[in-house]
Write a protein that binds this ligand. Structure first.
Ligand SMILES: Cc1cc2nc3c(=O)[nH]c(=O)nc-3n(C[C@H](O)[C@H](O)[C@H](O)COP(=O)(O)OP(=O)(O)OC[C@H]3O[C@@H](n4cnc5c(N)ncnc54)[C@H](O)[C@@H]3O)c2cc1C
Length: 306
């Protein structure tokens, strides 16, 4: 695979054949043909330009908490913006955050300033850029889209600022997803709230997660989207899938919409288990579950994503 791909200019700082398992929350995934952590936006722009010239796909990895990367990896240029877009700044009740800033860190920083609104995000291990693809949120309906004022993007080789009104926010989907725009950062509108209240709520939310989700084992959060009017976890449980296993991967016995593994799991096993769950749920309830987790791979996606 390496031999047919072009060598990148040295000043781009791209590494070759870097295992993405190091960059995903699931700790699974084969190599990225190229991986870059640009120091600043200027270097990011040069990487993006080179990817375009060479016809390679450019992907951004954030917290890696919503992707399942193929065991064979991807023949793409993968970029982490943690250095180029990793800071945030407050202006009154607004916060402008780089795409790579992690939601829990932002929620804590806001609370320290007596600002609320982001408490819901305390247990979501994703970045601003990732959250803006899926309108990350929690079961009571609170989501990132409610807070967005503007989003800075990289579009067609240039930077642009989109007002919130130019973006559609839906259940686990936004119009940014699949649009080709790369998120560089966002401005969020928060509300005054005493720090103690913000922190108490965040503690409660984390305790609930600890009780109801398998937080100690590698996983990718909710694997399937909730179908309209129902919960994927309920359907998977009702279909008798809790504990169902494929190699090192298994459906969590604590939360049926989580797939966990013992550290040795592979993407192939995760994908096969997801397909097995889909079959069982379809047979039991007539509902075809759709993945929430995104597949990264070359060629056709596994059955679960088709
Ligand atoms: C334990 C656990 C709990 C979770 N709980 C929740 C929850 O309660 N609610 C919820 O909504 N989600 C939840 N998730 C899923 C996940 O955390 C969210 O979807 C999160 O927003 C993903 O962000 P990320 O930075 O990790 O994205 P990644 O997984 O890194 O990437 C996901 C997609 O976003 C794209 N992307 C990332 N950054 C950018 C960017 N800057 N520009 C353009 N595209 C970008 C990637 O290319 C990829 O296509 C959970 C996951 C885990 C592991």
């Amino acid at each position: 695979m390496t031999s047919v791909l072009p060598p990148p200019p040295a000043d781009l700082g791209l590494e070759r054949e870097v295992p993405l398992a190091r960059h995903t929350y699931m700790r699974i995934g084969g190599p990225a043909a190229y991986l870059g952590v640009p120091e600043d936006l200027a270097q990011f722009e040069r990487i993006a330009g080179w990817a375009r010239e060479t016809g390679l796909r450019l992907r951004v990895i954030g917290g890696g908490s919503n992707v399942c990367v193929s065991d064979e990896g991807v023949r793409d240029v993968v970029v982490s913006l943690r250095r180029a877009c990793g800071t945030f700044a407050f202006d009154g009740t607004e916060i402008t955050a780089g795409a790579a800033v992690m939601l829990p860190a932002l929620a804590r920083a806001a609370a320290e300033r007596d600002l609320g609104g982001l408490e819901f995000a305390i247990g979501i291990p994703g970045s601003i850029g990732g959250a803006l693809q899926t309108n990350a949120g929690i079961g009571d309906g609170r989501c990132i889209g409610d807070l967005v004022r503007a989003v800075d993007v990289w579009r067609d080789g240039a930077r642009a600022t989109l007002p919130a009104s130019a973006i559609t926010f839906e259940y686990r989907h936004t119009s940014l997803r699949g649009s080709g725009d790369l998120v560089l950062g966002a401005t969020l509108a928060l509300v005054p709230r005493p720090r103690v209240e913000c922190e108490a709520e965040m503690r409660r939310l984390l305790e609930t997660r600890k009780r109801t989700q398998p937080t100690a084992e590698p996983n990718a959060g909710s694997v399937f989207r909730n179908p309209p009017g129902d919960s994927a976890g309920r359907l998977i449980d009702a279909a008798g899938c809790k504990g169902l296993a494929e190699g090192h991967a298994r459906v969590s016995t604590l939360h049926a919409n989580f797939i966990v593994h013992d550290g040795q799991g592979t993407a192939t096993e995760i994908a096969a288990l997801m397909a097995a769950v889909q079959h069982r749920v379809l047979a039991a309830s007539g509902v075809r579950l759709r993945p929430e987790v995104e597949w990264w791979g070359d060629g056709d996606a596994p059955e679960a994503w088709q």
